[in-house]
Design a binder for this molecule. Structure first.
Ligand code: PEP
Ligand code: MN
Length: 347
């Protein structure tokens, strides 16, 4: 339920409502908009509550929230959420790009990649230190040593980074080093992990589950939001379908639809969405046109030698082309790159 406050409500009125909700075991999330302030009440709400709240000072009216994902919905929060990390804004209307290797492999590879993507214009770094792999015998990442290399690369380039957290056990260490906590597709409905990253208050990049419907995905976001962490970015990374010619099926429909349904920023992952480097740029561009606020892209100095996901990784030259085209196509629809140096990067 949404409690719509009058324009003359006071802090005292808000506090009185919060105390009453506490007594009832309900949560009230304050959403302060330009035109109105609302309290989104979530929990098991009894029907008499709206009458009671409507008699309280400062309350204009109450409105039921029909969407199952209440805090993620545009119904409760019509204005787009903007997440600021350092001096970059995500969801502001400009396009942001997160780039880096699938996995942090060693110091040289991480540093070279960080410098390469920075020179090409990336706004954030990515790199996996804790890697979910289908086979237990594949390279599973460097763990905390990988986080240290990412932090070193951030010091070197000034780019904040995203990295995956795979279990509750690792939330503390990953949160200590990183700027954005990534929840991978395989953990998209690990509800305890979602609550744990919610508690950190840090920006979260929530991948869509391999077999998650849009409702499943938004309800997963709801777990994080309901812990009082508003900094959630959704990430469309392709879903499993009957098609085997590509690794996954990038759901462009979902991008356009979710941008209508939710106020949260949405990042497209055309690397995992397609599984083929030659499809990354076209599908990434299509995602931006469909409404994505940015892209996360895998880049490796030598994709043929990557320890994971080489087939979908761009080299620096191709990544630079992706950046140029994203800026051009983005500009054509009023959403150019957040910042971009149009001069060719030095070779
Ligand atoms: C990744 O970003 O490297 C990754 C493992 O992604 P996903 O969870 O989407 O497969
Ligand atoms: Mn990968």
């Amino acid at each position: 339920m949404m409690v719509i406050m009058t324009s003359s409500h006071t802090e005292e009125d808000m506090n009185a409502i919060s105390s009453r909700l506490d007594e009832l075991g309900l949560k009230g999330h304050r959403i302060v908009g330009v035109e109105r302030t609302v309290i989104a009440v979530v929990g098991s709400i009894m029907p008499e509550l709206s009458d009671e709240l409507e008699t309280m000072n400062g309350v204009e009216t109450t409105v039921p929230i029909s969407a199952p994902h209440k805090l993620a919905s545009r119904q409760t929060h019509p204005a787009a959420t903007v997440i600021r990390i350092g001096d970059v804004e995500i969801g502001s209307g400009k396009t942001v790009v997160i780039a880096g290797p699938c996995a942090v492999e060693n110091e040289e590879q991480m540093m070279e990649t960080a410098q390469g993507v920075k020179a090409a214009g990336a706004h954030f770094l990515r790199g996996g230190a804790f890697k979910p792999r289908t086979s237990p015998y594949s390279f599973r990442g460097l763990g905390e040593d990988g986080l240290k290399l990412l932090a070193e690369a951030r010091d070197e380039t000034g780019l904040a980074f995203a990295t995956e957290v795979m279990s509750e056990r690792e939330v503390e260490v990953v949160a200590r080093y990183s700027d954005i906590l990534q929840i991978g597709t395989r953990n998209a409905q690990n509800f305890i992990l979602l609550e744990e990253v919610g508690r950190t208050g840090k920006p979260v990049l929530l991948k869509r589950g391999l077999a998650s419907t849009i409702d499943d995905w938004l309800l997963a976001a709801e777990y994080i939001l309901n812990m009082g962490n508003p900094n959630v970015m959704l990430c469309e990374r392709g879903i499993r379908t009957f098609e085997t010619a590509t690794r996954n099926t990038m759901d462009i429909n979902a991008i356009a639809l979710v941008k209508q349904m939710s106020h949260l920023p949405l990042i497209a992952d055309p690397s995992h969405g397609t599984g083929k480097w030659s499809l990354v740029t076209p599908v990434g561009l299509a995602s931006i046109v469909a409404g994505a606020d940015g892209m996360i892209v895998e880049v490796h100095p030598s994709p043929d030698h990557a320890l994971s996901d080489g087939a979908q990784s761009l080299n620096f030259k191709r990544f630079r082309q992706l950046m140029e085209q994203t800026d051009q196509i983005g500009a054509a629809i009023g959403r150019p790159l957040w910042s971009f140096d149009k001069q060719p990067a030095p070779a």
